[in-house]
Design a protein around this ligand. Structure first.
Ligand SMILES: [Zn+2]
Length: 304
């Protein structure tokens, strides 16, 4: 709700171009779009194309084509992370100057051999290279030094979230062994550069949010508000993705696709909207979007 003195709402949809838009990514697109429109805010699209080995040629253009065909229109030119490497480098340099990062020589296997498991089965970095590389070893990755701090935030759907960053995550990677910038750094730099006030995205990223807030604080960047939507899964409980063979959204059945995403998000579009146009469905969504109806689960099975 923009009011005097408050910055205008700015939200974004940030897909990775790993394949065509499927129901799971449509849910994130519709949720972030409707929340932005309901707040009379801006909605931006950012391609998270920082990981060429995982990307599929033409996927970014195809995602944009389907969004446009559905009437999910973005307000500013699409931003591409692949074109933002200098900005990530500048943020990293600033962390270097503050002594907040260190070079790490450890291989995945070495970390697995000496790490303490995190609560979700992930590996917590054991701190091997924190005070300097072991003799004779070369740097592979760059990690940020994580203070012993409990990060807390209020999520608009998931409620109060807290994470003991040192215990549950440890010093995390900002530049990977393949020299690519890590998602956590890129997303923080981009959200700030684009003036994002409200991040609406899938709850698969809920556990990343404390890391991102930690980086925002280190870099003196503002922390946006967060709203994490349930993630769509298949009948086996796996997140919909190209790997789990999720079907692409068919823009010729745009109204039905949008209605499915809205119902998944707990909204109650009238049955009379079936058989209308995507534009009609989006008009209804912008006028009737209700955050209070979004299911609080972190994962929900997608409809057949
Ligand atoms: Zn190390």
């Amino acid at each position: 709700m923009a009011g005097p003195g408050l910055p205008r709402y700015r939200g974004r949809f940030a897909p990775s171009p790993t394949g065509p838009l499927h129901f799971g990514s449509l849910v994130a697109a519709v949720g972030s779009w409707a929340d932005a429109r309901a707040h009379r805010g801006d909605w931006l699209v950012r391609m998270e194309d920082l990981d060429p080995p995982r990307e599929s040629p033409g996927a970014a253009d195809e995602i944009l084509r389907v969004l446009a065909a559905l009437g999910l229109e973005w307000d500013e030119p699409v931003s591409y992370q692949s074109a933002r490497v200098q900005a990530y480098g500048a943020a990293l340099a600033s962390l270097h100057r503050r002594g907040a990062v260190f070079a790490c020589a450890c291989t995945r296997k070495e970390i697995a051999d000496s790490a303490i498991g995190g609560p979700d089965g992930s590996l917590v970095y054991p701190g091997t290279c924190r005070d300097g590389l072991p003799p004779g070893r070369a740097a592979r990755a760059t990690r940020v030094r994580v203070a012993s701090v409990t990060m807390e935030f209020e999520d608009a759907v998931q409620g109060h979230v807290r994470q003991d960053l040192a215990r549950d995550v440890g010093d995390f990677v900002l530049v990977r062994a393949d020299a690519l910038f890590a998602y956590q750094l890129a997303v923080v730099v981009d959200d700030a550069a684009q003036g994002i006030t409200d991040v609406v995205r899938g709850a698969d990223l809920l556990d990343s949010t404390p890391r991102q807030i930690f980086l925002q604080q280190l870099l003196d960047l503002p922390t946006p508000r967060y709203l994490h939507l349930p993630v769509a899964t298949n009948a086996h409980g796996e997140k919909l993705s190209k790997q789990t063979l999720a079907e692409p959204v068919d823009p010729s059945r745009g109204a039905e696709a949008l209605l499915g995403a809205l119902r998944f998000l707990g909204q109650a579009p009238p049955a009379a909207l079936s058989g209308t146009s995507a534009r009609d469905v989006l008009g209804w969504a912008a006028a009737h979007w209700d955050r209070g109806r979004i299911p609080r689960q972190r994962a929900v099975a997608a409809p057949d």
